[in-house]
Design a protein around this ligand. Structure first.
Ligand SMILES: [Ca+2]
Ligand SMILES: [Ca+2]
Length: 200
């Protein structure tokens, strides 16, 4: 039969062993992931994703930060936190943009015209399907100068009326295919985002 001192000794050893194990757990990868996630997924960025996927992401991030906070964690808890956070990030689902919001930031402004201009000129091609859909502002299946002019009109109309831009564009269903880019005679001259566009 063990003495009281024996039990205390065993307990102290267990605590010591657990502490040594916890101290050895490397949280660097989790810390790096959390730091990156918090810097990349700002409130503005998160506003582009569906409420459900953002809810899951926030909860998972919170749990990951708890793991970072705890002094005593097992290695598999750190691994699980990394896995769960990476999964939540991969499952963040973008909200569909409105027509004309080519840079998908929730606003229609000059930046969208510039994005479309660069896409047409080939200096910065759009590849995201939602962006391609939004860039076809006049919903004719082609991305060209007329989409830039459509957005310009929306901006001017909004500036005059100070009403939301959503109603200014014709409602359309999401197309199955990628809008075609018009390269009619290949060159699109633009003096400025609001400048005259001449296709030749
Ligand atoms: Ca925009
Ligand atoms: Ca178009």
């Amino acid at each position: 039969m063990k003495s009281l001192a024996g039990y205390i000794g065993v307990a102290l050893f267990a605590v010591f062993a657990f502490s040594m194990q916890s101290a050895a757990v490397d949280k660097t990868a989790l810390q790096d992931l959390v730091t990156w996630a918090e810097s990349y997924y700002t409130e503005e960025e998160l506003s582009r994703y569906t409420a459900v996927s953002v809810y899951v992401y926030r909860n998972t991030l919170f749990e990951a930060k708890l793991v970072l906070l705890y002094d005593f964690v097992y290695p598999h808890e750190v691994d699980n936190a990394i896995y769960s956070l990476e999964l939540a990030i991969s499952r963040l689902e973008r909200n569909p943009p409105e027509k004309g919001d080519a840079d998908h930031n929730g606003r229609i402004n000059v930046a969208d015209i510039i994005v479309i201009r660069d896409h047409i000129l080939g200096t910065a091609r759009l590849t995201d399907q939602l962006a391609l859909w939004a860039a076809d502002a006049n919903s004719d299946g082609v991305i060209n100068i007329f989409d830039m002019l459509t957005i310009r009109d929306v901006i001017l109309r909004n500036a005059l009326s100070e009403t939301p831009s959503q109603s200014a564009l014709p409602p359309t269903a999401l197309p199955k295919g990628e809008p075609r880019v018009s390269y009619t005679n290949s060159v699109c001259h633009l003096a400025s985002p609001f400048g005259r566009g001449v296709m030749r």
